[in-house]
Design a protein around this ligand. Structure first.
Ligand SMILES: [Zn+2]
Length: 355
């Protein structure tokens, strides 16, 4: 068999696995609705839970195309937007909550989200401005040229309308339960990819049925969920405190998920995950390798986070400056924690030096 044929066969097996996993979810009354987004990540998964109340977890971005496809997907299951009774928001990214305000208005549905996330969603535009200021300060401090920072801020402002402020009517505490007629969803705060990541556990092990985790972007099969450096949710207005350690936070959250018995993870993008333990172990190995690579670069000479990003990803470190900066700082945080590097600041720019 040629390598091309082999790859095709592997893809075919993955598609079959995906269909089997989606059938397990359907059996539990959970239906994946893949909604288009304008972002690189492609479609976002909303999940319709046919229960009482009729529940939609995430909604897709605020666009006519997303609304059109969502309506078609609901209609295929015999529902209309007006039938939705409960909207659940998984986290603060606009591809997940952008349509929530329109859906809530049209359906009169309750909107449920983590208590920490509610003020962000209500004040989305102002909160996004503060997020952008936070990102700007961080980029300048870590060696990204001012003209790149200015360009990125314009890009971010241009994307703003894919989200929309929404009033949360039911706040959820970490560890609390969301009772539906046929199931109880346990609400778990698993920050890292963003500060508000919330996963919902439909634990049916006591009745011998599969336990399903609605995980949004906390765990994704085909891409590693980049822990984006984000202004803490508790910060009101601009934030000037210590740099949040997104990757360290994320890895602690992954440890918790790893320790949970699960039959199936339903992620915010792409296919379901049926072996979360081996996927999480794979992610841990990848982060360790990446941190080691950065340690080598810093050991050869002190560098800023942006210089490290350029060394590793070339021009992508400019076009995706914030993403790659988050990636570098996340791994440098592991090295700082382990005492392998130190941070040195000169005229407002930070460089890392090996100890
Ligand atoms: Zn996200």
């Amino acid at each position: 068999m040629s390598s091309e044929e082999q790859r095709e066969q592997e893809r075919e097996q993955e598609r079959e696995q995906e269909q089997r996993d989606l059938a397990v979810a359907r059996e539990a009354g959970i239906h994946r609705l893949a909604i288009p987004t304008p972002f690189m990540v492609g479609r976002v998964n909303a999940y319709l839970i046919e229960d009482s109340p009729l529940t939609l977890v995430d909604s897709g971005p605020n666009s006519a195309k997303a609304m059109d496809e969502l309506e078609q997907a609901l209609a295929a299951r015999g529902h209309a937007v007006e039938d939705i009774e409960l909207l659940v928001v998984s986290h603060q990214h606009m591809d997940h909550f952008g349509l929530a305000s329109i859906l809530a208005r049209r359906s009169g549905a309750e909107v449920a989200a983590l208590d920490l996330l509610a003020p962000f969603l209500a004040n989305y535009r102002e909160a996004s401005d503060h997020d952008d200021s936070f990102a700007e300060q961080l980029m300048l401090r870590h060696g990204i040229p001012p003209e790149v920072v200015t360009a990125l801020r314009a890009v971010s402002a241009g994307f703003r309308a894919w989200g929309s402020p929404v009033q949360v009517t039911r706040t959820l505490a970490h560890g609390s339960e969301l009772e539906l007629r046929d199931r109880t969803l346990r609400v778990l705060h698993r920050p890292g990819h963003s500060p508000s990541d919330t996963v919902f556990l439909d634990d049916r092990s006591d009745i011998g049925e599969p336990s399903i985790l609605l995980a949004a972007d906390h765990l994704i099969a085909h891409i590693s969920s980049n822990p984006l450096l984000t202004r803490p949710l508790e910060a009101e207005g601009d934030y000037t405190g210590p740099r949040p350690q997104a990757l360290i936070t994320y890895m602690a959250s992954l440890e918790e998920t790893r320790a949970t018995e699960l039959s199936l993870v339903l992620p915010g993008h792409g296919p379901p995950i049926s072996d979360h333990v081996s996927l999480i172990d794979q992610r841990f190995r990848m982060h360790a390798r990446r941190a080691e690579k950065m340690h080598h670069l810093i050991a050869s000479q002190p560098r800023s986070a942006h210089e490290i990003a350029q060394e590793l990803w070339g021009n992508v470190a400019v076009t995706q400056a914030y993403l790659t900066l988050s990636e570098v700082l996340g791994h440098v945080d592991l090295l700082l924690r382990d005492g392998l590097v130190v941070e040195e600041e000169r005229v407002g720019v930070v460089r890392f030096r090996a100890t």
